[in-house]
Design a protein around this ligand. Sequence first.
Ligand code: GLN
Length: 485
Amino acid sequence: MAELWQLTLHEARAGLDAGSFSAVDLARACFERIGQVEDRVKAYVTLTEDHALQQAEAADRALAEGRGGPMTGIPVQVKDLICTNGIPTTCSSRMLENFVPVYDATVWARLSTQGAVLLGKGNMDEFAMGSSCENSAFYPTHNPWDLGRVPGGSSGGAAAAVAADEAIVALGSDTGGSIRQPASLCGVAGLKPTYGRVSRYGLIAFASSLDQIGPVGKDVTDCAIALNAIAGYDPRDSTSLDLPVTDFTAGLTGEIKGMRLGIPREYFVDGMEPGVREAVEDAIRELETLGASVEPVSLPTTEYALACYYIIAPSECSANLARYDGVKFGYSYQDTPDMWEAMETTRQQGFGPEVKRRIMLGAYALSAGYYDAYYLKAQQVRTLIRQDFARVFETVDALVTPTSPVVAFPLGDKTADPVQMYLIDVCTLPINIAGLPAMSVPCGFSEGLPVGMQLIGPHLSEERLLDIAYAYEQATEWHKARPGL
Ligand code: GLN
C-alpha cells in the first residue's frame, strides 16, 4: 500500500470519501514526508502545521456531515506571493519578510472555503523574477531528481514539493513560464490558464498584464480538479472573465482522434539539448499514434518575444514595485530623519539584485524619450505575437513544443549571466504575451532528468489542452516516475 503522501489528488479524494483515512491522517502524512525530505529540498518558506491540522479537523467534520467537495481535506502548498490572511506572505523577499496579510487572495479564499488544507507557503524567486528559484532571498529550492540542480522557477517550491511528495497539489503563478518551466524540470504537470480565467486579487503583482495563477499537480486530472476550484469570475479583479464556470474534469475523455496539432518550428531553438528534442519528438509521435494529425507551422514573430517580454515585464514591475517605499508595509529603514534616505535605503536593502535589475530596466524603458522606442514598440510587437497565434489557430487545434530547451541545470550554473537565465524561457514567454492557456506534462528523461512537453491552445481552450495531455498520460508512464529521495 502506498504511503498517503504519495497519493494524487484524485486518489486522496477517493480515499477520503470512502473513509479509508481521514483528512487529519492525510495532513499528518504530508508533514511526516516534509519532515523526511524538506531539509534537503527546501520547497517551503513557511510551514503551517497547527493551522493545517485545525483545517483538517474541520474538513473531517464537513465530510462526516456530507458537506464535502472536491477539495475538502486536500493538503496544498500555496506559492508565497498569494496572500493568506494571518499567515506570512513574503514573495521570498527581505522586503516582505515580516509581512502578514490581513486578507486572503481570492484563490486561497475559494480553496479554504472548500475545505482545502494549507501545508505552507512555497519558495520562489524573489517577486517571481527568475527561472531557477535561486533568486529567493532565503535559500534556493533543490530539484528532487538531483539535489545539486535547480527546480526551475519562479514557482520552484511548488514543483519541487509536488515532485517530492511534500504536497498533494500546489498553486503557482506564471508570468513568463513560472508554472510550466519548473513543472517540466521537476517532472510534474503544470497549467497556466488563459489570462483572466483565474482571479489575481491578492496575488502580489509582478507584471499585471502577464501574471496568472494556476495549479501544479502530480497528473493531469489533479490539475483539472484544482483549476475547477480556483477558476471563475471575481468582481475584485477587473481583468477576470465573467464566464460560466466549466467542469474541467468533464472533458477528460482521452479521445484525440482527428485533433490537429501544429509543431511551430521556431520553438525547436538552437541550443536545445538533444535529449530534450528526442523526448519531445517521441511524444509528438505518440500523439500521432493516438489519432491526432501533426503538421509543421510557423510563428515568425517568436524571435522577438524574449525582447518584448523583457521590456513589458520589467516596465510593469517597476510600476508595481514602486509601492515598497518603507511607509505603509514591508521592510522599513528608519535609522535616519531624512525621508528620501529612508526610502532609498529601504529599497536598497529590501530588494535583491535581480529585482533591482528589473526595476531599473523598466524605469528606463518607461522614461521620457525612451517610452516610444522601447515600451510602445514592445506593445506593438505584442500585437504581432498575438496575431501570429490567432493565425495558426485557424488551422490547428493546439500546438506542441518543448516547455524548456534544457533540463534542470546545476545550482549556480547560470547565476552569473542574466541573459543566459532569460533564454531558458524562450518557449514559455510568448504564451503569456498572448494571454493564452498552456500546459506542461512530463514526456521523458534526458540524462536521468525530466523533460516536459508544452501544449498551447487558443484562449479558453483549457478543456482541450487538458484532454490532449490526459490522452498522452493514459498512453505513457512518465507521470508515474518519482525521484528516489
Ligand atoms: N523567468 C521569467 C522571469 O524571470 C518568468 C517568471 C515568471 O513567470 N514569474 O521573468
